[in-house]
Structure formats: structure tokens, C-alpha cells
Design a protein around this ligand. Structure first.
Ligand code: ADP
Ligand code: UDP
Length: 237
């Protein structure tokens, strides 16, 4: 697999073309951003942790019948994935109130929810990824009804697997964000990443935050939190 030109540099990853037009290489950075890029920093070691965690979880999800973009881990930071056209919706699932949900609806962070929720944000940095519903998403051509049905079904299936997996290592999965894309042959697959950058993880006993909120909210030692989750997953050295 030959790595060719960089085709995109995002906030947390770079994406490179390869000699296969259906495959790209993602390269995870230590850069951390929050509040739509307003807060910037570095979480040392994050790139390697997020790369390996994502690959581990996607491999497990494949076994559960959830198709993903994962192909092959190249090294600590780089992974070959199927090139997809990303559906421009961030799919957010919540099991407990936190973050923007708590703020928007006036529900204290940490409150129980009577059922898991799903919401979409329209992926557009200039607009600050606004909340969008399925009618709006269809109206602007972000996704079709069939695509919305499929990603909704897949996102809840991912939630069932992840909730149980993390509970098994003493972590409550509070909420998370997924992205889906379409491969060249039209299949919808789970893409992007599943990591402490994109999930909220609380220790089941102490409720300590083990995710990017440590960076966003200046709670201290984000590196330690990422390493802790990595180690509990059995991936730490
Ligand atoms: P951002 O664009 O939000 O700054 P990243 O730094 O994570 O995010 O950049 C990675 C980019 O690659 C994102 O725009 C993401 O949607 C996109 N992406 C993720 N998986 C794939 C894939 N399999 N094929 C093509 N693009 C992908
Ligand atoms: N999230 C993400 N990328 C985004 C927005 C949110 O990965 O651009 C994740 C975030 O880490 C959290 C979940 O989605 O696990 C819900 O985030 P929320 O809407 O509460 O937003 P925030 O409080 O981060 O502004």
C-alpha cells in the first residue's frame, strides 16, 4: 500500500490518497480542539490511542454485523480505510444527559434518560454543526429517507454493543458521535472514529470523566484519562 498525496487535513486527522482509488489512509494527530476549533491544544499520545481504540472497536462491531470502513492498521497512528463519501450528518446517541443536551433542554448533566436518544447535527464547520432533524436533512439533500433509516438502525446497534462493552470495563457510555459514509459500491458503512474525542466515558463507580471533557473543561490530565481507557480495554502496553 503506497501512501500518496494528502487529500484533507482535519482537526484531528489527516487523510491521504493511496494507489487504490477505493482506499485512503487516515493519520491520527495529537492535536485537540474544542468549541468548533476555538480552543486548541495537544494531548500527547492521543493519536496513537484513538487510532488503535477505533480499530479495535470497529473490528468488534464488524463481528456484530455492523459494516465499517476499517481495512488494516498500518502502524501506531495510521490505518487504511475504505474511502467513502461522508453523509454530512453527525449522529449523536445519548444514554445519559450531558453537554449540549443538558444545556439546550435544561436537564442537569448526569440525569437519567427514560430512553436513549438520537440526534443529527449538520456537518458544517462554518455553521458550527447545527442541530438538524430528518425532515431538514432530507430537504437539503444531506441524506435520503432510506439512508436516515439505515444509519439510525446502525447507530442504535452500535450503542447496544458499545454500552455493554464499556460497562464490562467499568465505564458508563454517556453519549457519542458517529459518522457514516457510502462506499463506491453504494454500501453505507460506519466511518471516522470511536474514541475519547468522540464519546463521553464516565467511571461507573466514581463518575470521573475519562474523555475529551478533561480537555474541553480544563479538568486536568487528559493524557491520563485517554491512557486509562486504553489500558482498561487491554490495549495499553
Ligand atoms: P474534522 O474534519 O472534523 O476536522 P478530522 O480531523 O477527524 O475531522 O478529519 C477526518 C475527516 O475525514 C473528517 O472530515 C471525516 O468525515 C473524514 N472521514 C472519516 N472517515 C473517512 C473515510 N473512510 N473516507 C473519507 N473520509 C473520511
Ligand atoms: N461530539 C463529537 N464531535 C462534535 C460534537 C460532539 O465527537 O463535533 C461528541 C461529543 O464528544 C460527545 C457527544 O458527541 O460525546 C455529544 O456532544 P454534545 O452535543 O453534548 O456537544 P458538546 O457538549 O461537546 O458541545
Amino acid at each position: 500500500m503506497e501512501q500518496k498525496e494528502m487529500i484533507y487535513e482535519g482537526k484531528a486527522k489527516k487523510v491521504y490518497a493511496t494507489d487504490d482509488e477505493n482506499l485512503v489512509i487516515v493519520d491520527y494527530k495529537d492535536d485537540a480542539t474544542a468549541f468548533n476549533g476555538l480552543k486548541k491544544g495537544t494531548i500527547v499520545g492521543k493519536g496513537a490511542i484513538n487510532n488503535r481504540m477505533t480499530n479495535y472497536l470497529m473490528s468488534q462491531l464488524e463481528k456484530q454485523g455492523v459494516p465499517t470502513h476499517f481495512v488494516e492498521e498500518l502502524d501506531d497512528r495510521r490505518t487504511v480505510v475504505k474511502k467513502v463519501s461522508i453523509i454530512p450528518l453527525e449522529v449523536i446517541i445519548r444514554n445519559r444527559a450531558a453537554g449540549s443536551f443538558s444545556k439546550r433542554l435544561g436537564v442537569a448533566e448526569g440525569s437519567d434518560l427514560l430512553c436513549p436518544t438520537l440526534e443529527f447535527s449538520y456537518k458544517d464547520d462554518d455553521l458550527g454543526d447545527p442541530l438538524i432533524n430528518s425532515y431538514m436533512a432530507k430537504a437539503i439533500g444531506a441524506a435520503t429517507q432510506e439512508e436516515i433509516d439505515e444509519i439510525t438502525r446502525m447507530a442504535f446497534a452500535v450503542n447496544e454493543f458499545l454500552k455493554e462493552f464499556f460497562a464490562g470495563i467499568g465505564i458508563e457510555l454517556i453519549d457519542f458521535k458517529l459518522e457514516f459514509g457510502k462506499t463506491s459500491d453504494g454500501q453505507i458503512v460506519l466511518a471516522d472514529e470511536i474514541s475519547p474525542d468522540t464519546c463521553r466515558y464516565w467511571d461507573i463507580e466514581t463518575h470521573e470523566k475519562l474523555d475529551k471533557d478533561r480537555f474541553r473543561r480544563d479538568l486536568g490530565d487528559p493524557e491520563g484519562a485517554y491512557k486509562e481507557v486504553f489500558a482498561r480495554m487491554g490495549l495499553g502496553k
